[in-house]
Design a protein around this ligand. Sequence first.
Ligand code: GLY
Ligand code: MN
Ligand code: MN
Length: 436
Amino acid sequence: MDKQLYAEHMATLRQRYDEILEQTGFDTLNVLSGRPKVQFLDDNYYPFRVNPQFKALVPVTDNPHSWVIYRRGQKPRLLFYRPVDFWHYVPPAPRTFWSDEYDIELLAKPDEARQFLSGDNAAFIGESDGLDGWDLGTPNPDELLARLHWARAYKTPYEMACLRKANRIAVDAHRAAEAAFRGGASEFEINLAYLQAAGQGENQMPYGNIVGLNEHAAILHYTHLSTRHLPEAERRSFLIDAGADCHGYCADITRTYAYRDGELAELVAAMHEKEQELVAGLKPGVPYPDLHRECHLKVGELLQQFGVIKAAPENAVESGLTGTFMPHGLGHFLGLQVHDVGGHQSAPAGGTTPPPEQFPFLRTTRTVEENQVFTIEPGLYFIDSLLADLKDGQLAGEVHWDKVEQLRPFGGVRIEDNVIVHSDRVENMTRDCFGG
Ligand code: GLY
Ligand code: MN
Ligand code: MN
């Protein structure tokens, strides 16, 4: 990554942090990367997941017991953990595109951090277990966190470069996964092909990869990874929702493939079109929930076009019928976390705007603004439990059940892209990598 781009990013970040510290009355932030968590009644550790507020300040995602001490108006200090340890990998002292932006101290033991930390007019951000008696300041103050979360919605050029790179890595891996599917691989093998092409292990993935063949495509967060090889005649559909990491920034991409020509292939092609129309609607000033409603209308159109429902699309949205087929939200903020923070936040200092009652799983109620990054991920699924409820309810007569039975073996369709909202255009990072 470019050193100058990072220096500019830090200049923006420092302005933001200085302002937020002033607004919240603190002089110092003490931010801990995290500590390894041991498994219950065991001596093995859970995979390390860095504090997102730590990686917001420095692109280090894999080093526990490290700290950023941020003092208003000063160059940030990084306490970088480098123990003498013959059991584990010890990272080298940082000397890379970002390291000039910090005063770096190396810690040989976690406790050595104490001599650098002070709780005077300070806030601590992180998990405090194991730190009893440490002088760290006020832990995780609400308004401070709210202001940091709000600010994270506006990406800097460096952050956009990371998100583009994460998309590049993920799209190359998606291509490998499709090839594995077409070659008859099991879900487990497809996932291996994905990880291999990404050059990232499963613990580096921003979330558990969703790799579902046939009916498994209907399980929204299916991460089971069956080892079964389907005979060719049984291969029908493949949904993959998988991302990648670049310096702590996430990709979150879904593609659905039909094994052969026919109705599913047509539905997938139609969903690609609807998804691109929705992406084009992401303009500064548009309330995201309006776009979500628009998405339901489009799902209603597809359901009608493919002969699944009798109702007109508008009525299907109003009655809640489309909700059976698309129970999740249109998308969410994307950044350092796959479901990036602040999607329901109503103002910089805090407060929330909950999703409309009709759409409880919508993660974004903000109004779209320049430099924000979203996923757009319309879907249409045949989910057993929701279809059973529908069949028992008063809307059962609105459905062509024979068509539902025809399409149920395909599971479902989702298409998910990652996009940046610019003042005058939407940049579709995912399609730029796929080439369309
Ligand atoms: N991969 C989780 C999501 O799309 O939100
Ligand atoms: Mn996804
Ligand atoms: Mn998503």
